[in-house]
Design a protein. Structure first.
Length: 399
Protein backbone atom coordinates (compact mmCIF):
# COMPACT_ATOMS: atom_id res chain seq x y z
CA UNK A 1 0.00 0.00 0.00
CA UNK A 2 1.49 3.32 -1.10
CA UNK A 3 -0.48 5.64 1.18
CA UNK A 4 2.06 5.53 4.09
CA UNK A 5 4.86 6.15 1.61
CA UNK A 6 3.10 9.23 0.23
CA UNK A 7 2.40 10.53 3.73
CA UNK A 8 6.09 10.16 4.54
CA UNK A 9 6.95 12.06 1.36
CA UNK A 10 4.59 14.88 2.33
CA UNK A 11 5.93 14.94 5.89
CA UNK A 12 9.42 15.41 4.47
CA UNK A 13 8.24 18.54 2.65
CA UNK A 14 8.40 17.06 -0.82
CA UNK A 15 5.83 17.76 -3.53
CA UNK A 16 3.22 15.18 -4.53
CA UNK A 17 1.56 15.74 -7.90
CA UNK A 18 -1.72 14.00 -8.70
CA UNK A 19 -3.89 13.76 -11.82
CA UNK A 20 -6.86 15.52 -10.20
CA UNK A 21 -7.92 17.78 -7.35
CA UNK A 22 -9.79 15.08 -5.47
CA UNK A 23 -6.73 12.90 -4.83
CA UNK A 24 -4.63 15.93 -3.87
CA UNK A 25 -7.22 17.02 -1.31
CA UNK A 26 -7.47 13.49 0.04
CA UNK A 27 -3.72 13.20 0.56
CA UNK A 28 -3.56 16.63 2.21
CA UNK A 29 -6.39 15.64 4.57
CA UNK A 30 -4.66 12.37 5.49
CA UNK A 31 -1.43 14.30 6.12
CA UNK A 32 -3.26 16.56 8.58
CA UNK A 33 -4.88 13.59 10.34
CA UNK A 34 -1.52 11.83 10.70
CA UNK A 35 0.03 15.00 12.15
CA UNK A 36 -2.74 15.40 14.72
CA UNK A 37 -2.63 11.72 15.69
CA UNK A 38 1.13 12.05 16.10
CA UNK A 39 0.61 14.73 18.76
CA UNK A 40 1.66 17.72 16.69
CA UNK A 41 -0.05 21.03 17.41
CA UNK A 42 1.38 22.79 14.38
CA UNK A 43 2.82 21.41 11.17
CA UNK A 44 3.75 22.44 7.67
CA UNK A 45 0.95 22.17 5.11
CA UNK A 46 1.16 19.29 2.69
CA UNK A 47 2.40 20.21 -0.78
CA UNK A 48 -0.03 18.08 -2.78
CA UNK A 49 -1.51 19.47 -5.97
CA UNK A 50 -2.94 18.32 -9.30
CA UNK A 51 -0.82 18.33 -12.45
CA UNK A 52 -2.36 21.54 -13.80
CA UNK A 53 -1.70 23.45 -10.56
CA UNK A 54 1.88 22.15 -10.46
CA UNK A 55 2.52 23.42 -13.97
CA UNK A 56 1.03 26.79 -13.02
CA UNK A 57 3.42 26.98 -10.06
CA UNK A 58 6.40 26.19 -12.30
CA UNK A 59 5.22 28.83 -14.75
CA UNK A 60 5.00 31.49 -12.03
CA UNK A 61 8.51 30.63 -10.86
CA UNK A 62 9.87 30.86 -14.41
CA UNK A 63 8.01 34.12 -14.96
CA UNK A 64 9.39 35.62 -11.75
CA UNK A 65 12.91 34.55 -12.72
CA UNK A 66 12.53 36.12 -16.18
CA UNK A 67 13.23 32.81 -17.89
CA UNK A 68 10.20 32.58 -20.19
CA UNK A 69 11.26 35.26 -22.66
CA UNK A 70 8.68 36.91 -24.86
CA UNK A 71 5.94 34.32 -24.28
CA UNK A 72 5.11 35.71 -20.87
CA UNK A 73 1.36 36.03 -21.17
CA UNK A 74 -0.55 32.88 -20.26
CA UNK A 75 -4.19 33.02 -21.28
CA UNK A 76 -6.77 31.79 -18.78
CA UNK A 77 -8.87 28.85 -20.05
CA UNK A 78 -11.96 31.06 -20.30
CA UNK A 79 -10.12 33.52 -22.55
CA UNK A 80 -8.84 30.73 -24.77
CA UNK A 81 -12.39 29.37 -25.04
CA UNK A 82 -13.64 32.82 -26.06
CA UNK A 83 -10.93 33.12 -28.72
CA UNK A 84 -11.88 29.75 -30.19
CA UNK A 85 -15.50 30.79 -30.34
CA UNK A 86 -14.58 34.03 -32.13
CA UNK A 87 -12.53 32.07 -34.68
CA UNK A 88 -15.33 29.59 -35.38
CA UNK A 89 -18.00 32.29 -35.56
CA UNK A 90 -15.90 34.33 -38.00
CA UNK A 91 -15.66 31.41 -40.41
CA UNK A 92 -19.33 30.51 -39.95
CA UNK A 93 -20.23 33.95 -41.32
CA UNK A 94 -17.89 33.74 -44.32
CA UNK A 95 -18.24 30.06 -45.28
CA UNK A 96 -20.78 27.30 -44.68
CA UNK A 97 -23.03 28.27 -41.73
CA UNK A 98 -22.88 26.05 -38.64
CA UNK A 99 -25.90 24.91 -36.66
CA UNK A 100 -24.20 25.50 -33.29
CA UNK A 101 -21.00 27.53 -33.31
CA UNK A 102 -20.64 27.27 -29.54
CA UNK A 103 -20.58 23.47 -29.60
CA UNK A 104 -18.22 23.48 -32.59
CA UNK A 105 -15.84 25.83 -30.75
CA UNK A 106 -15.92 23.62 -27.63
CA UNK A 107 -15.08 20.52 -29.68
CA UNK A 108 -12.32 22.39 -31.50
CA UNK A 109 -10.80 23.50 -28.19
CA UNK A 110 -10.92 19.93 -26.91
CA UNK A 111 -9.23 18.71 -30.10
CA UNK A 112 -6.58 21.45 -29.76
CA UNK A 113 -5.77 20.32 -26.21
CA UNK A 114 -5.61 16.65 -27.21
CA UNK A 115 -3.44 17.47 -30.21
CA UNK A 116 -0.87 19.17 -27.97
CA UNK A 117 -1.03 16.56 -25.21
CA UNK A 118 -0.59 13.57 -27.52
CA UNK A 119 1.28 15.16 -30.44
CA UNK A 120 4.97 15.67 -31.07
CA UNK A 121 4.94 19.36 -30.21
CA UNK A 122 4.75 20.78 -33.72
CA UNK A 123 1.99 22.17 -35.93
CA UNK A 124 0.88 18.70 -37.02
CA UNK A 125 -2.59 19.92 -37.94
CA UNK A 126 -1.19 21.52 -41.12
CA UNK A 127 -1.11 18.07 -42.76
CA UNK A 128 -4.91 18.02 -42.73
CA UNK A 129 -5.15 21.33 -44.59
CA UNK A 130 -2.66 20.09 -47.21
CA UNK A 131 -4.46 16.80 -47.86
CA UNK A 132 -5.96 16.09 -51.26
CA UNK A 133 -9.54 16.57 -50.03
CA UNK A 134 -8.77 19.62 -47.89
CA UNK A 135 -10.84 21.83 -50.18
CA UNK A 136 -13.97 20.05 -48.99
CA UNK A 137 -15.61 21.22 -45.81
CA UNK A 138 -14.66 18.11 -43.84
CA UNK A 139 -13.93 18.20 -40.14
CA UNK A 140 -10.10 17.81 -40.23
CA UNK A 141 -9.72 20.52 -42.87
CA UNK A 142 -12.03 22.87 -40.97
CA UNK A 143 -10.10 22.27 -37.75
CA UNK A 144 -6.80 22.94 -39.52
CA UNK A 145 -8.08 26.32 -40.73
CA UNK A 146 -9.39 27.21 -37.29
CA UNK A 147 -6.14 26.12 -35.63
CA UNK A 148 -4.08 28.36 -37.93
CA UNK A 149 -6.29 31.36 -37.20
CA UNK A 150 -6.34 30.64 -33.48
CA UNK A 151 -2.55 30.43 -33.33
CA UNK A 152 -2.30 33.65 -35.35
CA UNK A 153 -4.44 35.38 -32.73
CA UNK A 154 -2.23 34.01 -29.96
CA UNK A 155 0.83 35.36 -31.76
CA UNK A 156 -0.84 38.74 -32.22
CA UNK A 157 -1.50 38.87 -28.48
CA UNK A 158 2.01 37.68 -27.63
CA UNK A 159 0.44 34.92 -25.56
CA UNK A 160 0.28 31.16 -25.11
CA UNK A 161 -2.48 28.96 -23.75
CA UNK A 162 -2.51 26.03 -21.34
CA UNK A 163 -2.30 23.54 -24.21
CA UNK A 164 1.05 24.88 -25.39
CA UNK A 165 2.78 26.29 -22.34
CA UNK A 166 4.24 22.92 -21.16
CA UNK A 167 6.39 23.07 -24.31
CA UNK A 168 7.66 26.48 -23.16
CA UNK A 169 8.39 25.07 -19.70
CA UNK A 170 10.51 22.21 -21.00
CA UNK A 171 12.57 24.67 -23.08
CA UNK A 172 12.91 26.88 -20.02
CA UNK A 173 13.99 24.14 -17.60
CA UNK A 174 17.71 24.63 -18.25
CA UNK A 175 17.40 28.29 -17.19
CA UNK A 176 15.88 27.48 -13.79
CA UNK A 177 18.56 26.48 -11.24
CA UNK A 178 15.89 26.61 -8.50
CA UNK A 179 14.38 23.42 -9.93
CA UNK A 180 17.53 21.39 -9.37
CA UNK A 181 17.51 18.87 -6.51
CA UNK A 182 13.77 19.41 -5.98
CA UNK A 183 11.88 16.23 -4.98
CA UNK A 184 8.60 15.48 -6.73
CA UNK A 185 6.47 12.34 -6.58
CA UNK A 186 3.84 11.69 -9.28
CA UNK A 187 1.03 9.68 -7.67
CA UNK A 188 -2.07 8.09 -9.15
CA UNK A 189 -1.33 8.50 -12.88
CA UNK A 190 -2.50 5.60 -15.04
CA UNK A 191 -0.42 6.81 -18.01
CA UNK A 192 1.42 9.90 -19.17
CA UNK A 193 0.69 11.73 -22.41
CA UNK A 194 3.71 12.33 -24.68
CA UNK A 195 3.76 16.02 -23.77
CA UNK A 196 3.90 15.12 -20.08
CA UNK A 197 6.67 12.61 -20.75
CA UNK A 198 8.74 15.21 -22.60
CA UNK A 199 8.35 17.74 -19.79
CA UNK A 200 9.23 15.20 -17.09
CA UNK A 201 12.35 14.17 -19.02
CA UNK A 202 13.43 17.81 -19.40
CA UNK A 203 12.97 18.48 -15.68
CA UNK A 204 14.91 15.34 -14.73
CA UNK A 205 17.69 16.39 -17.11
CA UNK A 206 18.23 19.63 -15.17
CA UNK A 207 18.42 17.83 -11.83
CA UNK A 208 14.85 17.64 -10.52
CA UNK A 209 14.29 14.31 -8.75
CA UNK A 210 10.98 12.94 -10.05
CA UNK A 211 9.62 9.52 -9.17
CA UNK A 212 6.27 7.99 -10.09
CA UNK A 213 3.93 5.79 -8.09
CA UNK A 214 1.94 3.57 -10.41
CA UNK A 215 -1.10 3.52 -8.15
CA UNK A 216 -2.36 4.72 -4.78
CA UNK A 217 -4.72 1.73 -4.51
CA UNK A 218 -3.80 -1.02 -2.00
CA UNK A 219 -2.34 -4.03 -3.77
CA UNK A 220 -4.88 -6.41 -2.21
CA UNK A 221 -7.77 -4.62 -3.93
CA UNK A 222 -8.91 -6.14 -7.20
CA UNK A 223 -11.46 -4.45 -9.43
CA UNK A 224 -14.62 -6.34 -10.33
CA UNK A 225 -17.14 -5.67 -13.04
CA UNK A 226 -20.82 -6.44 -13.48
CA UNK A 227 -23.17 -6.02 -16.41
CA UNK A 228 -26.79 -4.90 -16.37
CA UNK A 229 -29.52 -4.69 -18.97
CA UNK A 230 -29.21 -0.89 -19.08
CA UNK A 231 -26.73 1.70 -17.78
CA UNK A 232 -29.30 2.61 -15.11
CA UNK A 233 -29.42 -1.00 -13.92
CA UNK A 234 -25.62 -1.03 -13.68
CA UNK A 235 -25.61 2.07 -11.47
CA UNK A 236 -28.36 0.52 -9.33
CA UNK A 237 -26.28 -2.67 -8.93
CA UNK A 238 -23.19 -0.66 -7.99
CA UNK A 239 -25.07 1.39 -5.39
CA UNK A 240 -26.70 -1.72 -3.91
CA UNK A 241 -23.28 -3.32 -3.62
CA UNK A 242 -21.90 -0.18 -1.96
CA UNK A 243 -24.77 -0.17 0.55
CA UNK A 244 -24.08 -3.80 1.51
CA UNK A 245 -20.36 -3.11 1.97
CA UNK A 246 -21.02 0.03 4.03
CA UNK A 247 -23.44 -1.80 6.35
CA UNK A 248 -21.00 -4.69 6.76
CA UNK A 249 -17.99 -2.41 7.39
CA UNK A 250 -19.08 0.95 8.84
CA UNK A 251 -16.58 3.71 8.22
CA UNK A 252 -15.33 2.20 4.96
CA UNK A 253 -14.72 4.61 2.10
CA UNK A 254 -16.24 3.28 -1.12
CA UNK A 255 -15.82 4.85 -4.54
CA UNK A 256 -17.83 4.21 -7.70
CA UNK A 257 -16.65 5.42 -11.11
CA UNK A 258 -19.52 6.25 -13.48
CA UNK A 259 -19.12 6.96 -17.18
CA UNK A 260 -20.69 10.18 -18.51
CA UNK A 261 -21.37 11.45 -15.00
CA UNK A 262 -21.84 15.01 -16.26
CA UNK A 263 -24.81 13.94 -18.39
CA UNK A 264 -26.22 11.48 -15.83
CA UNK A 265 -25.70 13.35 -12.59
CA UNK A 266 -29.41 13.84 -11.89
CA UNK A 267 -30.19 10.16 -12.53
CA UNK A 268 -27.29 8.99 -10.33
CA UNK A 269 -28.31 11.32 -7.51
CA UNK A 270 -31.92 10.08 -7.60
CA UNK A 271 -30.79 6.45 -7.45
CA UNK A 272 -28.39 7.23 -4.58
CA UNK A 273 -31.24 8.86 -2.65
CA UNK A 274 -33.48 5.81 -3.17
CA UNK A 275 -30.89 3.16 -2.36
CA UNK A 276 -28.47 4.76 0.12
CA UNK A 277 -30.68 6.99 2.25
CA UNK A 278 -34.40 6.45 1.60
CA UNK A 279 -35.31 7.71 5.11
CA UNK A 280 -33.85 11.13 4.28
CA UNK A 281 -36.46 11.71 1.58
CA UNK A 282 -39.19 12.51 4.10
CA UNK A 283 -40.33 16.16 4.26
CA UNK A 284 -38.00 18.30 6.37
CA UNK A 285 -34.92 16.11 5.77
CA UNK A 286 -33.67 17.82 2.60
CA UNK A 287 -30.85 19.61 4.43
CA UNK A 288 -29.65 16.54 6.36
CA UNK A 289 -26.17 15.20 5.66
CA UNK A 290 -26.13 12.44 3.03
CA UNK A 291 -23.96 9.31 3.32
CA UNK A 292 -22.62 9.91 -0.19
CA UNK A 293 -21.09 12.67 -2.25
CA UNK A 294 -20.88 13.21 -6.00
CA UNK A 295 -17.52 14.51 -7.15
CA UNK A 296 -19.02 16.51 -10.01
CA UNK A 297 -21.00 19.57 -8.95
CA UNK A 298 -24.11 20.93 -10.63
CA UNK A 299 -23.64 23.64 -13.27
CA UNK A 300 -24.04 27.08 -11.75
CA UNK A 301 -26.58 27.97 -14.44
CA UNK A 302 -28.87 25.20 -13.14
CA UNK A 303 -29.33 26.99 -9.79
CA UNK A 304 -32.76 28.67 -10.09
CA UNK A 305 -31.75 32.13 -8.86
CA UNK A 306 -28.69 32.16 -11.14
CA UNK A 307 -30.72 30.92 -14.10
CA UNK A 308 -33.19 33.76 -13.50
CA UNK A 309 -30.38 36.32 -13.41
CA UNK A 310 -28.88 34.97 -16.64
CA UNK A 311 -32.29 35.09 -18.35
CA UNK A 312 -32.67 38.70 -17.23
CA UNK A 313 -29.29 39.59 -18.74
CA UNK A 314 -30.23 37.77 -21.93
CA UNK A 315 -33.52 39.67 -22.15
CA UNK A 316 -31.63 42.95 -21.78
CA UNK A 317 -29.36 41.95 -24.65
CA UNK A 318 -32.07 40.87 -27.10
CA UNK A 319 -35.51 39.29 -27.61
CA UNK A 320 -36.27 35.90 -26.05
CA UNK A 321 -39.03 33.35 -26.71
CA UNK A 322 -42.26 34.59 -25.24
CA UNK A 323 -42.71 31.66 -22.85
CA UNK A 324 -39.19 32.20 -21.43
CA UNK A 325 -39.97 35.86 -20.67
CA UNK A 326 -43.29 34.91 -19.08
CA UNK A 327 -41.50 32.37 -16.88
CA UNK A 328 -38.94 35.02 -15.94
CA UNK A 329 -41.64 37.47 -14.83
CA UNK A 330 -43.23 34.78 -12.65
CA UNK A 331 -39.95 34.15 -10.83
CA UNK A 332 -40.21 34.16 -7.01
CA UNK A 333 -36.76 35.76 -6.87
CA UNK A 334 -38.03 39.08 -8.17
CA UNK A 335 -38.99 41.82 -5.66
CA UNK A 336 -42.42 41.43 -4.04
CA UNK A 337 -42.72 37.78 -4.98
CA UNK A 338 -46.36 37.81 -3.88
CA UNK A 339 -47.05 39.79 -7.04
CA UNK A 340 -46.06 36.85 -9.25
CA UNK A 341 -49.69 36.07 -10.12
CA UNK A 342 -50.21 39.61 -11.39
CA UNK A 343 -47.05 39.42 -13.46
CA UNK A 344 -48.10 36.03 -14.81
CA UNK A 345 -51.20 37.58 -16.39
CA UNK A 346 -49.11 39.21 -19.14
CA UNK A 347 -48.60 35.80 -20.76
CA UNK A 348 -52.30 35.63 -21.64
CA UNK A 349 -52.05 39.04 -23.32
CA UNK A 350 -49.02 37.94 -25.35
CA UNK A 351 -50.78 34.70 -26.35
CA UNK A 352 -53.81 36.64 -27.54
CA UNK A 353 -51.51 38.92 -29.55
CA UNK A 354 -49.78 35.91 -31.09
CA UNK A 355 -46.31 36.97 -29.95
CA UNK A 356 -43.48 34.50 -30.44
CA UNK A 357 -40.68 36.62 -28.97
CA UNK A 358 -40.58 39.48 -26.46
CA UNK A 359 -37.90 42.14 -26.16
CA UNK A 360 -36.77 44.28 -23.22
CA UNK A 361 -38.94 47.31 -23.94
CA UNK A 362 -41.99 45.15 -24.70
CA UNK A 363 -41.56 43.35 -21.39
CA UNK A 364 -41.35 46.70 -19.55
CA UNK A 365 -44.48 47.97 -21.27
CA UNK A 366 -46.43 44.86 -20.25
CA UNK A 367 -45.00 44.96 -16.74
CA UNK A 368 -46.08 48.59 -16.28
CA UNK A 369 -49.77 47.62 -16.06
CA UNK A 370 -49.34 44.81 -13.51
CA UNK A 371 -46.28 45.80 -11.42
CA UNK A 372 -45.42 49.43 -12.03
CA UNK A 373 -42.90 49.53 -9.16
CA UNK A 374 -40.72 46.81 -10.71
CA UNK A 375 -41.07 48.36 -14.17
CA UNK A 376 -39.95 51.73 -12.79
CA UNK A 377 -36.98 50.13 -10.98
CA UNK A 378 -35.82 48.39 -14.15
CA UNK A 379 -36.14 51.58 -16.17
CA UNK A 380 -34.10 53.49 -13.58
CA UNK A 381 -31.34 50.85 -13.43
CA UNK A 382 -29.09 51.60 -16.39
CA UNK A 383 -27.34 48.21 -15.95
CA UNK A 384 -30.18 46.50 -17.79
CA UNK A 385 -30.45 48.89 -20.72
CA UNK A 386 -29.94 46.83 -23.90
CA UNK A 387 -26.42 47.23 -25.25
CA UNK A 388 -26.19 49.28 -28.42
CA UNK A 389 -22.82 47.81 -29.43
CA UNK A 390 -20.84 44.62 -29.11
CA UNK A 391 -19.10 44.34 -25.74
CA UNK A 392 -16.03 42.44 -24.65
CA UNK A 393 -16.25 39.65 -22.02
CA UNK A 394 -14.57 42.00 -19.54
CA UNK A 395 -17.24 44.66 -20.13
CA UNK A 396 -19.99 42.10 -19.72
CA UNK A 397 -18.43 40.85 -16.47
CA UNK A 398 -18.27 44.40 -15.15
CA UNK A 399 -21.92 44.99 -15.99
Amino acid sequence: MLEPHLLAVLAAGHTVVTPNNRLARRLAALHDVAAREGGARTWAAAVAMPWSAWLDSLWREALTAGAVGESSRLLPPATASHLWRRVVEAEAHSRTPLMDTGAAASLALEAWNLLHAWGSGGASWRAWSQAADAAADNDPAAFARWAERYRARLNALGAIDHAGFPEVLLRTAALMPAWRDRNVVLAGFLEFAPQQTRLIAALIAVGMRITACDSVVPSEIRPRSAEGATPRDEVRMALSWARERALAQPGTTIGIAIEDLAQRRGEVRALAEDLLCPALQWPGRAADLRPYSISLGSPLASVPVVAMALDLLALAAGPLPMHDVALLLRSPYLPEKQRWADRASVERVWLDEGRRTVGWHEALAALQSVDSALAHAWRADRTFVPAQHASSPREWAGA
